[in-house]
Design a protein. Sequence first.
Length: 138
Amino acid sequence: MKRIVAVIAVTAVVLVVGGVAFAQIGGGRGPGSGCAYGAGYNGANGNINIESLKKFQKETQAQRDDLMIKRAELANEYAKATPDTTKIADLRKQMTDLQAKIQQAAEKNGLPAMRQGRGQGRMGSGMMMGAGQNGCPR
């Protein structure tokens, strides 16, 4: 009986310590965590022209707003008891098109790969596709 109690106690301690250690890996998703927000600059080289970034932000404001709305519409569709797969496919295509336009604007302004949305490389597949580089949401 003492042996069973000891095994249970050791297992509990290992689980608690392991959980705490796992929770510390990667930190949070806020500022300073390495995750890029806003314009989505990934901080790869630190050589970014601020004026080009401002121009990019102005040029793409409408597309970024549309993309955010499409993401919300997609999330709402996924949340339904019976999601409409045709609507989901259409929304994802629209999001991909918007992301491509945003990426083109980034390239036109001489900016590195901008990470705008969720999905492959933040410029790819769409919402609900998993974590991006360094565990950052895409």
